[in-house]
Design a protein around this ligand. Sequence first.
Ligand code: 5CA
Ligand code: ZN
Length: 480
Amino acid sequence: MAEIEKEAALPLKENFSDWYNDLLWMAEIMDVRYPVKGLYVWYPFGFAIRRNTYAIIREILDESGHQETLFPLLIPENEFMKEAEHIKGFEDEVYWVTHGGKDPLDVKLALRPTSETAIYPMYKIWVRSHADLPLKLYQVVNTFRYETKHTRPLIRLREITSFKEAHTVHATWEDAAAQVKEAVELYTEIYRRLGVPVLRSRRPDWDKFPGADYTDAIDAMMPDGKTLQIGTCHHLGNNFAKTFDITYEDPTGEQVLAYQTCYGISERSIAATISIHGDDKGLVLPPEIAPVQVVIIPILFKKGAEEVLAACRNVQARLKKAGVRVEIDSSDLRPGAKYYKWEMKGVPLRLEIGPRDLQNDVAVVVRRDNGEKDQVPLPEIEAGVLASFEAIQENLYAKAKAELESRIIPCESLEEVKETIKKDIATIPWCEKKECGLAMEDEMDAGILGIPLDQEGNRPAKCPICGKETTTRVYVARTY
Ligand code: 5CA
Ligand code: ZN
């Protein structure tokens, strides 16, 4: 155990950036050695986490009336260039395909940075009548953004490999607003399943999605106190409907413009989950997304080894039948080395079975999230394991929520904010005037994250710039 730890010691989590980088390869999530900046490779273990995470996302979208679809990667320049605000927001980030073989293309093709301009020309054809609405589709695809800020695996990519984007069409502005609200709830639920508590806020107008009426966003707090935007829901008004001519026949037979929304999540969902729950020993995974949920470690002595192994195989078969992803580690490693390995991989439960346990008809069950050890009678092992999964899920969320809440610090002055956001998240009164917001950002040397969606009951306080009384407080944080 000692030698192994020395060979490949994970930095302490308090050194978050080093910890994160080393965890990605030590737990076999991403390999960063691909020779193009901002592009990374999923290890199979990381990819299994991704598959389980996106199964939750798909389940929640499918159950709420969305349908999955798939659009092309390439967008013709003329479609891409239709919506003025959208172009302004994305033109510096687009990769262009200019040639087919040696021939220059007549029409340049954009690699989608997001798919509005791929999808909406088809929506123009598909949306005919009010009976077609609402239309709620999503796809999970790769998108490309020529990011100029510091790139980081799972966090800021030039090829976003796991971009879930939903695009909806509605009859009225109000219907679209209700859809944005629903999307925020669905995202909150997705993150609840990942044990990740979220901040929900309306972005300031100068920070909304290019082409949107407004943007509601979901952020997570990373261990270093910086926030990570892990989902955005945009009300597109009829801005795109106008440029792409998306109209429908209303019940009186008139052609009217449709209203739209879009909302997206990327593999940042996985970055947040592993960063928030992980510890000095490695990954800590919520059972639902753990590729291996239970590892059985046979404790072997010369005498009775066969019996122990047979019992382990029996427990494995029973757990499998109960739907649990379970492995036996019967390798030659010593138990300590096995513990170290599976702890790094974030396996939620470790079962140890040795000769003495067999005599007592029990297994020793050890929880990865809090290290608690328990003896569970073998005849009830399925129920015991499933109950532990629930307890782990609850504990991860509760712990993260308490941590988040304790690190949101109400401030009254910009000086206080500056000090607070060195390690935590601040709130500060804001009169909601743009010039005050921009002046505050300038002085704080940090952006306003947004106006919390859920705030009420604030006592009136003074805007630190103009002194006007307001009950609005905004989140301020350093961001990824
Ligand atoms: N069309 C809309 C909704 S799908 C859209 O593109 N919105 S977005 O630009 O805000 O992106 C959606 C989400 O993708 C963001 O909230 C963020 O969580 C994630 N994201 C954006 N850029 C990157 C990037 N370079 N790497 C990883 N994730 C990203
Ligand atoms: Zn003000």
